[in-house]
Every structure is written in C-alpha cells, then in structure tokens.
Design a binder for this molecule. Structure first.
Ligand code: FMN
Length: 197
C-alpha cells in the first residue's frame, strides 16, 4: 500500500541499524528505476547505479563507508550491518560541475523513498572511501562516485524533532533511540521576501 509522497517524506529517517534480512533484488531494481526517471538538468542522465546485493560484496563495501557522528559504531555491529548498497556513479564525460551534485541528490532521495515505501530503510553516505569502493566493484576511472546508499530493513526507529537552542547534532538517548533535530518551519521559510512571515 502506498502512503502518499508527503507522508513518506515526513516519515523517512536515516537508518543505520538493520535487521538480519536480505533486501529482494527486485526491490533494489525498482529503486534504481525510480532514480533512472528522476529529473536531471538538461536531461543529461549522466548517472548510473550499481546494485550491491551479493552478501560478500556488500560486506566489503560496508568496510569502506563510515557511519556518522554520535552513531559511528553503528553499521559495524554484527548482524545489524546494511544488507545492500546502491552506488551512484557519474560518467565524467557527461557530468557537469554545477548540476551533477543536484542530480545526484534527487536520485538519492528517489531511491530512499522507493525503498521506504516497501519498508526498507536507508542511509545516504558521502563519507566513503571512493577509490576502495571503485576497486571492489570494478568501476572505471572515467566515473565519479558521489554517493553510496546503504539499505536494509530497519532495526531502529529514529525520531525527528525540532531543535532547541540551535544545536543540530543528532544524538542517542539512554534507551538507544536516535534523535534527529530539525530546524522549525518558521526558521527556514520566508514568504515573498527574505524574512517575510
Ligand atoms: C549527501 C549526504 C551524505 C551523507 N553521508 C552520511 C555518511 O557518510 N554517514 C552517515 O552515517 N550518514 C550520512 N548522511 C545521513 C545524514 O547524517 C542524515 O541525513 C542527517 O543526520 C539527518 O537525519 P535524517 O536523514 O534522519 O533526517 C548523509 C546524508 C546526505 C544527504
């Protein structure tokens, strides 16, 4: 059952602890298909996507990514590792300095939302060892590797909340629940002019 784009977007949280259950290849293909038809500036479509579904390959890629901040040790916990990855690569000959970044972001969000609709959680990852991943997956040198997306069925339920005192670091409470502060709507929204309410 679909839940509507807006609700899906509000519900999405980065997941870094995963259940010990593999993600069906057919779903990973669906995620790539969502990225395939995503918008790209001038319709350049410079992005390609490597599905890492094989257990051994996924374990190797997992050694080349880093989970963030307060949750650095996560993803290294045995049994809680990501079960699959989708690696976004960009053909350098067709990539552009101004637009490939935005295109990658849009594709990444499409992948995360398509996964979430099927109950699969994800973590978009930029803190990655690119050369190492390229070696593991045999990615040619004429491709850049902007982002990896870790995927699996969620073993945690992070909560988003508004920040108090402007601190945006995410943190884990005594029960192990991850809290993700978000700036309030009033803080980020301007109407008709800068500062307009
Ligand atoms: C471009 C990008 C790169 C990211 N890289 C990493 C990463 O390398 N490691 C990680 O644990 N999280 C990474 N994240 C996840 C962010 O930490 C996360 O989106 C943020 O804390 C907000 O939490 P939320 O996604 O639940 O709203 C990345 C997110 C984005 C958009």
């Amino acid at each position: 059952m679909g839940m509507g784009a807006y609700n899906l977007i509000l519900k999405r949280r980065t997941i870094r602890r995963f259940r010990d259950k593999s993600v069906p290849l057919v779903l990973l293909k669906k995620c790539v298909n969502a990225a395939r038809v995503s918008p790209s500036a001038r319709n350049t479509q410079e992005l390609e996507f490597i599905i890492v579904h094989n257990k051994g390959q996924a374990a190797k890629v997992n050694e080349a990514v880093r989970f963030g901040g307060a949750v650095r040790e996560k993803g290294r916990v045995q049994g809680e590792e990501p079960k699959a990855f989708i690696i976004i690569i960009a053909d350098r000959a067709r990539a552009s300095e101004e637009y490939t970044g935005p295109n990658v972001g849009i594709a990444a969000e499409a992948i995360t939302l398509a996964a979430l609709e099927a109950g699969v959680g994800s973590c978009i990852m930029g803190a990655i060892e690119r050369e190492k991943i390229k070696g593991i997956l045999g990615i040619p040198n004429n491709y850049a590797l902007p982002l990896a997306i870790a995927l699996g069925y969620p073993k945690e339920k992070p909560r988003a909340g508004e920040t108090k005192g402007g601190k945006l670091d995410y943190w884990v409470d005594e029960k192990g629940v991850l809290h993700v502060p978000k700036r309030s709507l009033g803080e980020v929204m301007h109407i008709d002019r800068f500062g307009g309410k």
